[in-house]
Design a protein around this ligand. Structure first.
Ligand code: HEM
Length: 454
């Protein structure tokens, strides 16, 4: 990643609204400063020409109430639907954007470019859950038992994985925390949940990186890739697809206690039939794109909050009941998914006095909404006594709320309990330099720490 990050940090801290561009290279180091200007002067911020067609616009929403309204109303604000060349061949989805070429930039949707993936994602996303009712059934029946409320079944596995990682560096007194802890933990957890061999994790990482490529290296709020990047991504995702297909075949022959085996066997109630291979690949794709990096970023940001605040670390260590509240507050003030352009307008709308015509794409800036002073008193402060903890928008809200929030919260809880069992204090080393990756995720690149064991 380092080569591709070479032009990171070009943007400067904005001194006025005119200097705010959340998607400029390096802007990620100043997102929170930018949110102040957006909240004060442009809470609905127009991005000209970046809507669902060339003559419509994108709009960055930063106010809590606006985003909460949008995500709670899927019919009025559905995922973006982009017309291909003006005919009725349309696409939509969580990462669904223009399939037509715009200059040298192409769609973020790998399944637009790869028939195998297109089938997998279309059947999984569009056929298995094309409307609100089926979306709920999909979540309740297929994902909740594994990564939602049923995630507690993984408590022992996550605890062992966490302690196994800590064992590797606990005697050294210092650690590069991302490569040695926050990145591998969700990788091990997801491989175990899905039932993929642990030794294949480097491959999962490569494919996971390919899936999130638009969200890291994509341009603008629509996360557009260059033709070259898109081709690279396509090839990697074809490998992923083939890999999952082989895994599915193996699970059908040799069933195990894992999510993929479950998916090969479950009768999907709304359709009263079992899932096809291609549908299972689609679910595995969604789990991998959603589940690998987000929890890494959450843990990395929490670590920075605690490395800066030793008394808070001690308070949590002494009273573990407070860890849940800390996690919610950290998720609020440092949302891993800072923003997604996953909704559009289906009629003319006016938010905060700004007109957003039909066909606009809405960039929902969850990270900014979470620090909206109209909703959260002293919004930047970690306040574990705050009323309605968990009211943040980090996992979105409404019926499309992140289906993996259960397992992610559990991983974070177990991680901090295990770390606090064994470590008394964490602090930065003299060489620690905090830099974030580009894109729309709050991803710290490296985190060197010294620590004191109990
Ligand atoms: C801190 C960790 C995480 C954060 C911040 C996060 C955040 C989000 C957000 C903001 C959305 C968009 C919802 C919307 O459009 O309204 C989403 C969707 C999704 N997340 Fe997560 N997520 C996290 C962890 C996970 C995990 C661990 C998994 C899977 C194991 C997962 C799977 C998904 C999937 C499949 C979707 C797509 C749902 C859809 O298609 O609408 N996420 N997540």
């Amino acid at each position: 990643m380092s080569e591709k990050n070479k032009d990171i940090n070009l943007a400067k801290c904005p001194r006025s609204l005119d200097e705010v561009d959340l998607f400029a290279p390096g802007a990620q180091e100043y997102w929170y400063e930018s949110y102040n200007f957006l909240h004060e002067e442009s809470p609905v911020h127009r991005i000209p020409g970046e809507g669902t067609s060339k003559d419509t616009d994108g709009f960055i929403l930063t106010k809590y109430d606006d985003i909460a309204l949008v995500v709670s109303n899927i019919l009025r604000f559905p995922p973006p639907v982009i017309e291909k060349g003006g005919n009725d061949d349309v696409v939509s989805g969580i990462d669904g954007f223009p399939s037509e070429k715009t200059n040298e930039l192409v769609s973020t949707r790998p399944f637009d470019r790869d028939p195998e993936l297109m089938n997998a994602m279309q059947t999984s996303i569009m056929s298995l859950r094309p409307n609100e009712e089926l979306w709920k059934a999909h979540k309740r029946q297929l994902t909740d038992p594994w990564v939602g409320p049923g995630a507690h079944r993984h408590t022992e596995m996550i605890t062992n994985a966490t302690n196994g990682l800590i064992d590797k560096w606990i005697d050294k007194g210092s650690v590069e925390f991302i490569s040695e802890f926050t990145r591998p933990l969700p990788q091990i957890v997801l491989a175990n949940v899905l039932g993929f061999p642990i030794e294949d994790i480097p491959k999962h990482k490569k494919w996971g990186d390919a899936m999130v490529m638009p969200f890291v290296y994509g341009q603008g709020h629509r996360n557009l890739l260059t033709a070259e990047q898109a081709e690279e991504q396509k090839q990697l995702l074809a490998e992923f697809s083939e890999y999952v297909r082989d895994q599915v075949a193996d699970k059908r022959e040799n069933p195990k206690e894992d999510m993929i085996t479950f998916l090969t066997d479950v009768v999907y109630e709304p359709f009263d039939r079992k899932l096809t291979d291609i549908e299972i690949i689609g679910v595995a794709y969604a789990m991998t794109i959603g589940g690998l990096e987000t929890t890494q970023y959450a843990l990395s940001e929490q670590t920075q909050i605690l490395a800066n605040n030793h008394s808070l670390y001690k308070e949590l260590q002494d009273d573990r009941e407070k860890i849940r509240a800390f996690i919610e507050e950290a998720l609020r003030v440092r949302a891993p998914t800072q923003g997604l352009s996953t909704r559009m307008t289906t009629q003319d709308e006016t938010f905060q006095g700004v007109k957003m015509p039909k066909g606009s794409i809405l960039h929902l800036r969850y990270g900014a909404a979470n620090i909206d002073a109209d909703v959260f008193e002293c919004p930047h402060e970690i306040d574990m006594n705050r009323k309605a903890l968990g009211r943040h928008l980090t996992f979105s809200q409404g019926h499309r709320t992140c289906p993996g929030n259960g397992i992610s919260r559990l991983e974070q809880l177990i991680a901090w309990n295990c770390l606090m069992d064994r470590i008394d204090k964490i602090e930065y080393t003299p060489e620690t330099e905090i830099k974030h990756q580009p894109g729309i995720m709050l991803g710290t690149l490296e985190l060197k720490l010294n620590f004191k064991v109990n």
